[in-house]
Design a protein around this ligand. Structure first.
Ligand SMILES: [Zn+2]
Length: 486
């Protein structure tokens, strides 16, 4: 790993040269030797890893898709083909060395164990595919600690801050990235497990007791939690930053959350977004700003990002809209190359120094549409057309008059052969004129999602919170597909 302060000052050319060098070494010394899947692919394509010059040659490698790694009935252990596993080689080469020389040999074996033995697991949380494990070795845990440190550095968090981590306990990136980040930075943190573990009341008490300057939340739960805090007249004046993971944060929601914090005495609180993925085993922070968007700062010594045309797979230019493609660099454990994230970066990838903070590492533009969720949903045929159900999130989450919402898709009369119906359950702010609100909402939904709602059903907040599983689920259930199958 390179020094983060140094990386942030390197020129585009220096970064590119470093990435070329690291990619050559990684392909030849790790991937080709120890990754079953990719060494087979390279052989099939007759690509000699010793002849790869750098990023320019990446395009000759095939893409990897979520479906390629996910377990299947025939091959439930398929993910192992993506893990760097020099087991045989280690035994053969270092096993007898260890016997010959108890000192040098033992150190060599320990080094290999540090490098290659998986010690930590996260799972993907796809809605369609089976959860897929991604493994970390001890060496990788050093990396997630370092990237956590970098993320907090981008957010201007220091060891003088105090954090309340409300991500749910789960073998997921969000919770553990936050945990390792705080630990690396020597920052006091309550890794609470969120409302599901501690209960919302205890968590509210914890904020007043610990007086954290940083809150870390899933956006949907944060909005509920802060409304509850305002209702109870809590003092949140210690809070300076709140950052989010697990879901996108539409601009409208940032505004609503900021307003709630200000109502509880916080001075000029800032909402921060992260971009992360299980497959990359880390997360990146958005450059902090109240109203402008400068993008996510990436780690060029630990990954290569490309942007491609989602249809043709051709690389697009700097700043051009494209699907984000991720390639691991110098990691161990589960390593994917040219992974199609399904996320569309509207403003592409930017290589010029950040106008906000001056860092020179590549930036992924802030406006990312989570196509991975789209992909999982838009294959569902609603009323015979492909629908982007993800469009409900920014519209309803960011709506100034909506407190809680849920979308349910059902079959009419619960008959699998009948028409699809879409219901919106909504708890609006008090004093809303329902008729006007309903008709405006229907129109905006048609415009953004191209479906017309079967009905809008008004519900009291507590009932809807229950239905969402706000206090009981790892992530609240915003979109329910309750269509009975034939
Ligand atoms: Zn910046």
């Amino acid at each position: 790993m390179e020094n983060w302060e140094k990386l942030n000052k390197m020129s585009y050319k220096e970064i590119r040269e470093m990435q070329d060098r690291k990619l050559r070494a990684f392909l030849a010394n790790q991937i080709y030797l120890y990754s079953k899947c990719y060494s087979e692919k390279l052989n099939e394509l007759k690509i000699d890893p010793m002849k790869v010059k750098g990023i320019e040659d990446l395009k000759h490698l095939p893409f990897t898709y979520k479906e390629d790694i996910a377990p299947t009935d025939d091959n439930p252990q398929r993910h192992k083909d993506y893990v760097l596993r020099p087991d045989e080689e280690v035994t053969e080469k270092y096993g007898h060395l260890a016997q010959l020389s108890p000192y040098g040999g033992k150190a060599a074996v320990e080094e290999k164990v540090y490098d290659f033995k998986p010690v930590h697991i996260h799972f993907t949380t796809g809605r369609t595919a089976e959860p897929t494990p991604f493994l970390y070795t001890k060496r990788d845990l050093e990396k997630i600690r370092e990237t956590g440190y970098r993320l907090l550095d981008v957010f201007n968090v220091t060891s003088d801050d105090v954090t309340l981590n409300a991500f749910p306990f789960a073998p997921h990136l969000a919770f553990w990235q936050t945990f390792f980040a705080g630990e690396k930075l020597n920052m006091p943190a309550l890794n609470s497990g969120g409302g599901k573990i501690m209960g919302t009341q205890n968590l509210l008490d914890a904020v007043e007791f610990l007086q954290p300057s940083v809150l870390v939340f899933i956006p949907g739960y944060a909005y509920y939690f802060l409304r509850e805090a305002v209702n109870q007249g809590r003092d949140f004046s210690s809070v300076k930053r709140i950052f989010f993971g697990g879901e996108r944060v539409p601009p409208g929601l940032k505004d609503k959350i900021r307003d709630l914090l200000i109502q509880m005495g916080a001075e000029d609180p800032i909402c921060l977004a992260t971009y992360g993925m299980t497959e990359a085993r880390t997360a990146w922070g958005e450059c902090p700003s109240h109203d402008e968007y400068f993008g996510y700062h990436t780690y060029p010594d630990l990954e290569i990002f490309e942007t491609v045309d989602p249809q043709t797979g051709e690389n697009v230019g700097e700043g051009e809209e494209g699907e984000v493609v991720y390639t691991a660099l110098d990691w161990r454990g589960t390593c994917v190359l040219r992974y199609r994230t399904g996320d569309i970066a509207k403003g592409g990838i930017l290589y010029e120094p950040c106008p906000n903070c001056g860092r020179t590492v590549p930036r992924i533009s802030s406006n990312i549409q989570r196509k991975s969720e789209v992909k999982e949903f838009d294959l569902t045929k609603v009323k015979g057309t492909l629908v982007n159900l993800n469009a409900f999130f920014p519209l309803l989450m960011g709506h100034p008059d909506i407190l809680e919402w849920q979308v349910e898709i059902r079959k009419r009369n619960d008959d699998p052969y009948d028409l699809d119906e879409i219901y919106l359950y909504v708890a609006p702010k008090e004093g809303i004129e329902k008729e006007k609100f309903s008709s405006e909402l229907r129109q905006r939904i048609i415009r953004d999602t191209e479906v017309s709602l079967t009905d809008i059903i008004y519900m009291p907040v507590p009932d809807l919170l229950n239905q969402l599983g706000m206090e009981t689920e790892v992530k609240e259930k915003r979109i329910l597909d309750n269509r009975v199958k034939a």
